[in-house]
Design a protein around this ligand. Structure first.
Ligand code: SF4
Ligand code: SF4
Ligand code: FES
Length: 267
């Protein structure tokens, strides 16, 4: 029970708590440079944790801590290496003597549009982001992408008018902006990809049959009465309904449905 609290003897009715001293763990400290200043930090930490250990407090430049929000883009160099490296501070493990700086935001113009008024024609993207055609195919964007997206190829597909392929390639983009920071053509790739995904989702991808059915059922007013009942129920009633609800058995077929179908789009 190292590091935990344990009960101490004495009056059997009144146990007092005694804190055990946590075990001492030997940690090797290594030097890193954050925005030019040297800090000794424990080996094995991520850049984000190392910066916090060094005293930085994240107000911007940190979100999910799990590699999905794109808030913690970081640029660094290693000693004796000409290359510029990039990574997510929450995912990249520190290395001795790395020189790093955080780049939580990179200015990138985002076109203003109303999705409703756009068509699925590739020209819509070209009109909003003509800089797409300034690409010089240097591939710097692909090299810095922490999500291993083929950024340059995605740009090329958009130039060819292949929105579907661009959407497929850029699906994992987390909008970190690192690609834009390296672009010779000064384009905001991630905003362009996002527009492509929105156009694809709204105008190109086949509509799900079930979604259409669900929409129709909502519009038919089927849920109005049951929803009204739920909204007027008090906490006790809601708890009872929740506890008595029919749940899906652990092992069942794909066609399982509850006996009560009042909340389903099928009846
Ligand atoms: S495409 Fe650009 S913005 Fe998206 S994850 Fe890669 S580097 Fe970040
Ligand atoms: S960094 Fe810019 S110019 Fe270079 S390949 Fe990527 S989009 Fe094209
Ligand atoms: S904090 Fe979200 S990707 Fe790093």
């Amino acid at each position: 029970m190292a590091g935990a609290e344990k009960r101490k003897g004495g009056n059997p009715g009144v146990a007092t708590l005694e804190k055990e001293t946590p075990p001492r763990v030997k940690v090797k400290l290594i030097p890193i440079f954050v925005m030019g200043k040297r800090y000794m930090v424990p080996e094995g930490l991520t850049i984000m944790k190392a910066m916090e250990y060094a005293g930085y407090k994240f107000i911007r430049g940190c979100g999910c801590r799990g590699g999905v929000c794109g808030a913690c883009g970081t640029v660094y160099r290693k000693p004796g290496d000409y290359k510029i490296y990039t990574g997510l501070a929450c995912q990249t493990v520190i290395e001795p003597d790395m020189y790093l700086t955080q780049m939580p935001f990179y200015p990138a113009n985002r076109a203003s549009f109303n999705l409703e008024n756009l068509t699925s024609a590739p020209e819509e993207i070209n009109k909003l982001y003509p800089e797409l055609f300034r690409c010089v195919a240097c591939n710097a964007c692909t090299k810095v992408c922490p999500m291993n997206i083929e950024v340059m190829d995605t740009v090329s597909y958009l130039k060819q008018g292949n929105i579907a392929k661009a959407v497929e390639l850029s699906f994992d983009c987390i909008q970190c902006g690192l690609c834009a920071s390296r672009c010779f053509a000064e384009m905001p790739q991630y905003h362009i990809f996002q527009l492509a995904r929105r156009i694809y989702g709204a105008k190109i991808s086949p509509r799900s049959k079930h979604l259409i059915e669900a929409d129709e059922t909502i519009e038919s007013g089927k849920y109005e009465e049951p929803l009204r009942k739920l909204m007027s129920a008090d906490e006790k009633e809601l708890r009872k309904l929740y506890q008595e609800r029919e749940t899906e058995p652990l092992e069942t077929g794909d066609d399982w449905q509850p006996k009560k179908t009042e909340y389903l789009s099928i009846s």
